[in-house]
Design a protein around this ligand. Sequence first.
Ligand code: 5AD
Length: 344
Amino acid sequence: MKSFFDRDRIIYFLRDADAGERRMLYATADTVRRECVGDGIHLRALLNISNCCDRACLYCGLRAGNKNITRYRLDRKQIVDAAGRAAREGYGTVVMQSGEDPVLTPEFISSIIREIVSRHDMAVTLSLGERPREVLRQWYDDGASRYLLKHETSDLVLYGRLHPGMSFTARMEMLSSLKEIGYQAGSGVMIGLPGQTWESLAGDIMLFRDLDVDMIGCGPYIANPHTPLGGTSKKDGNQVSADEQTVLTVTALNRLVTGDTHIAATTATKTLYSGGGLYRALRSGANVVMPDVTPSPFRDQYLIYPGKEPVDGIAGAAELRAELKKQTGLEIAGGRGDRVRCHS
Ligand code: 5AD
């Protein structure tokens, strides 16, 4: 299966396949998902601990210099309390995420990781941007076991244009350091970035396979008026569109080329196509949902793009579980939900 999806086939499904072929692709990905990772949807409690960021990525509302956003940083107690609440609600993983915020020192994060893992039987995932290897090592020794670092696009020219002062090579090096240290490492890209071509999106999917990432999160690009890329996206012939069909096709191809990787149905997917897109992603290869457990009012201030709709717009943890089951016909998985290699 993995070798069937070479570059040309991937480009074909992304750009040219008709509705019937796509339905077959989604159904095949759904079967492979069941065989390789089972019928349980894994829930990860997403805790956005700071929206302060030193970077200037051209698409992102958290970028330094955006004055149209209220900045916040949770304190130690707010973070530990939110993780505790998530544990009581039955989450087996907390994902601590932030902009690239140097005020979140290695020592601060270390002490929080230690506190969470000593109090709760919970996996800690970090998504705190690029950090030096020795810091990553320390956090791993403290008890963090997974790290998300999206590469956003593998098109080097596009990467350079969108990320002033940053380096694609540095990202790749950090992803391999993470794996060497022992982390389960996650990556992801945006779908429909201005200037993104079908060929480069196919390259992203092949890179997930070649890097053997443990987690993938891909969502549609949503134009943000408070960024240099602005509030509209223009469309020329070879530009990837951020429509639901493309997002589902990428989700399915990611499943088919990786087999047993944990694949998220992302918040942006829910935002752009409302609930239905999220549920359809879960029947097209995805097996992870990341409800936002950030306390109010901060939850609404993590404004990467306009109109962000929380995955758990539904009342609470129990209601969310019931709705996910009802809408997808799948189960909710218990436990930490580490990656388990599939040998089928
Ligand atoms: N639309 C969709 N996703 C975005 N991200 C940043 N800006 C946008 C946007 N405008 C995603 C990127 C990044 C994370 C912070 O959010 O993948 O890694």
